[in-house]
Design a protein around this ligand. Sequence first.
Ligand code: SAH
Length: 459
Amino acid sequence: MALVKKNEVHTIDITGMTHEGQGVGRIDNFTVFVDGPIEGEKVEIKIIKVNKSYAVGKLLKVLEPSGDRTEPFCPSYKRCGGCSLQHMNYEAGLKFKTNLVRENIRRIGGLEDVVVHDAIGMEQPLNYRNKAQYPVGRYKDEVRAGFYAKKSHEIIDCLTCGIQNSVSDRVRAIVREFIMENGVTTYDEIKGEGLVRHIMTRVGFKSGEVMVVLVINGRSIPGQEKLADKLVGDIPQIKSIVLNVNRKKTNVILGDENIVVYGRDTITDYIGEFKFNISPLSFFQVNPIQTEVLYRKALEYAQLTGEETVFDLYCGIGTISLFLSKKAKMVYGVEVVEAAVNDAKENARVNGVENAEFIVGEAEEVIPQMYSRGVRADVVVVDPPRKGCDEAVLKTLVDMEPRRIVYVSCNPATLARDLKYLAEGGFEVREVQPVDMFPWTAHVETVVLMCASSKAGKC
Ligand code: SAH
């Protein structure tokens, strides 16, 4: 039985952090989670929820602040669901991410002696996102376009967002004003009625090109030509304005159909030397600067000489495959989304890459089949979604024994689980490098080099 009761006020020491950046403390050995404190702080909290095995507290006062504590730069930080580490300085956030990876690898992976390098941060960890998605809604007489509040679908009307590109802020403001002045309806999630659902922007960091996507529950916006003129007049970098039709009652932001109202149906951008055409629906990494850092690390770990056959599993639109192709004999990319594979093929063609082949299918189906047909890889790169690799993929890798595996992960917990499996199957973890792709949020990306123990001399 919990001795802790709702509405009680307690003073506690924060002795740890969750993977989401919440502080963790104890009251008589009973765990309490609190939004806002930093490890090492003494805080006063009020209990707002008690469960069987833990309680949730609200931060009332920081009694002994950590040296890492800092004033959040965003006025909406407390309410907005976007960032969760703005109350500590950037270095402390990086340390938090490095520790998260270390702890997972030790605890879940059972790997004690692995070297985990310090997370690679950004020199300028602001305005790093190339894609913004602002939900739009009406609150009495006010139109809001911004971000969802923490754990809710209430829209906060952020005037500027420190992690977005400033062009996105301007697009948001122009569209919002147009909606208000012209009485355009906005989508009501509960009723499933109203027109404008989301404003999405995509910005090519190297090309400077901008795409504006207006997601609507319909096929046109009254006065859309006037809106297009206003947008392009104010922001000449806009090369494409698209209406995306989404008439479904769903949380999924984009629908399938796009109607171009101005300019082209894609914009162009570059990662490293490679050019990519980006359409409203295509996946593209949201932090292009750190993506390059991450891919260069993956390429370094792959140690290619030009003789290797390489698998790039979970390849998306083939970005990593293209990076690898210049230094490999042959690259096979595997990806389950057919549209992404079509983009990957097109990206290879646009960049004159002829030694990359892309296969549609689930990695856990495709890889065992390729293995049984006798196809072997010298180096395998995997970059799975948050749930990590399917066991059938890991088992095939253990059987195939590529010389090196480069594991790119967006979830330290499933990464650690998969490393354990591969370590037990005869691979040695050589290096672990976290990379900060999403400053001020608790997300961390990691790239790991593993070598087949039996081929250690050649790794
Ligand atoms: N490597 C890419 C994309 C990584 S995101 C890049 O860096 O841009 C993970 C990708 O895995 C997504 O494109 C997703 O569609 C794909 N995916 C998810 N489950 C899969 C499966 N079972 N088999 C193959 N691909 C899968």
